[in-house]
Design a protein around this ligand. Structure first.
Ligand SMILES: Nc1ncnc2c1ncn2[C@@H]1O[C@H](COP(=O)(O)OP(=O)(O)OP(=O)(O)O)[C@@H](O)[C@H]1O
Length: 300
C-alpha cells in the first residue's frame, strides 16, 4: 500500500517576527494570551537561519537565561493534521518533537536530538521553542570553516551519534525524511564534536509503509524514488546518512540524479572500512543497504 502523510505545504521564504505580528490585528483573545505568554517567558535575539518553511531566531528563556532557538512557521505552512490522545489537533512537527522528549540517552551519553521546550499557536504563525546547544553551528557552516571536508575520525564520531539517534527515532516510529548537513547542528567542545539532528518539519510517524510523494531535498532522495516512485523509512534514512558521510568527507555536494548516471567516485585515500561503509549505505537497491543496527556494528 502506498500512503503519504503531509507535513507542511509549499515552502515560502516569508519571515515574520513576533513583534510584527503583535502589531497587526490579533482578534482572538486566546491568541493574544499565547502571544503574551511567549513574550513574557522568552526574549528573541538575532536570526539563526531561514529555510523553506520558516525562520529560526536565537533567544533565551528569561528566568534562567537558557539559550533557546525559536522557530516561526507561518500558518499557511502548517497543517493541524495530528490528533493527540485527547483529540486535540496539532502540527505534526510539534507531535513528533513532543515524542522525542521521551527518548532516552545514547550509549555515549547525549542523544543527538534537540528538545522542544514550548510551542505557541498564534494567529498567523506557529512558534516552536527548542533547546539551543551552545556553542553550535549547523554542519553546512561547520564544513565551510573546515575547508569543506572533515577528517575521518571526526566524521566517524558525528555519523555514530546520528546513527544512534536515528535508531531511537526508528524505535519510536519516527521517520525524519530530510537528513542533510543543513539539518545537523555541531556543538564543539574539548571532548570532540556533538551532533544534533534538527528540523522535523518534513518528518512523519511511520510503521513500515511506502511513500510516493517527494518530501525532503530532491538531491538526497534515494534512487528508488526516481526509479519506482516509492521509498520506505529505513533504507531512506541509511541512504541519507551515506550521502551526508560522502559530503563531509569529499568537499562535494551529492546529487542522486548524477549518481544514477555516473559511477560513484569515493576518495581512495579514505580507509578501506570507511569506503566500505559508505558504499554499502549508497547501494542503489534499498534491500542491499545495511540496517541502522548493522551500521552501528560496522568495523569502521
Ligand atoms: N535548535 C536549534 N539550535 C540552534 N540553531 C538552530 C536550531 N534549529 C534550527 N537552527 C538553525 O536554523 C536553521 C533553519 O532551521 P530549520 O531547518 O529547522 O528551518 P526550516 O525553515 O525548516 O529550514 P529548511 O526548509 O531549510 O529545512 C538551521 O539550519 C540552523 O542553522
Amino acid at each position: 500500500m502506498t500512503e503519504e502523510v503531509e507535513g507542511c505545504s509549499t515552502p515560502t521564504k516569508k519571515k515574520k517576527g513576533l513583534l510584527q505580528q503583535v502589531q497587526t490585528k490579533e482578534t482572538s483573545s486566546s491568541m493574544d494570551s499565547s502571544s503574551a505568554k511567549f513574550q513574557k517567558k522568552y526574549t528573541e535575539l538575532h536570526l539563526l537561519g531561514e529555510g523553506g518553511f520558516g525562520s529560526v531566531f536565537a533567544g533565551y528563556r528569561q528566568k534562567d537565561k537558557l539559550p533557546v532557538a525559536i522557530k516561526h512557521i507561518p500558518k499557511e505552512n502548517v497543517f493541524l493534521k495530528h490528533k493527540d490522545e485527547n483529540g486535540r489537533k496539532m502540527a505534526l512537527e510539534v507531535a513528533i518533537m513532543l515524542k522525542l522528549r521521551n527518548l532516552t540517552t545514547s550509549s555515549s551519553g547525549q542523544l543527538a536530538l534537540v528538545s522542544l521546550l514550548d510551542w505557541y499557536e498564534l494567529e498567523e504563525e506557529l512558534v516552536l521553542v527548542m533547546e539551543r546547544p551552545m556553542p553550535s553551528e549547523d554542519l553546512f557552516v561547520y564544513l565551510d570553516e573546515h575547508e569543506g571536508c572533515l577528517n575521518e575520525e571526526e566524521a566517524k564520531i558525528i555519523l555514530k551519534q546520528l546513527v544512534e539517534a536515528t535508531i531511537q527515532l526508528q524505535d519510536a516510529n519516527i521517520f525524519h525524511r530530510d537528513i542533510k548537513v543543513e539539518n545537523v547542528l555541531i556543538k564543539s567542545s574539548s571532548e570532540g564534536p556533538q551532533a544534533y539532528l534538527i528540523d522535523f518539519g518534513l518528518s512523519c510517524f511511520d510503521r513500515g509503509r511506502k511513500f510516493a510523494l517527494l518530501r525532503g531535498t530532491r538531491d538526497h532522495v534515494p534512487p528508488e524514488f526516481y526509479r519506482l516512485k516509492k521509498y520506505t523509512a529505513g533504507p531512506t534514512t541509511v541512504w541519507q546518512l551515506g550521502v551526508l558521510l560522502f559530503e563531509i568527507l569529499h568537499n562535494k555536494m551529492f546529487k542522486t540524479i548524477s549518481f544514477l548516471t555516473n559511477k560513484l567516485k569515493i576518495n581512495k585515500r579514505l580507509s578501506k572500512n570507511c569506503q566500505d561503509l559508505m558504499t554499502k549505505c549508497l547501494k542503489e537497491q534499498p534491500k542491499e543497504r545495511p540496517t541502522l543496527e548493522e551500521l552501528l556494528s560496522h568495523p569502521w
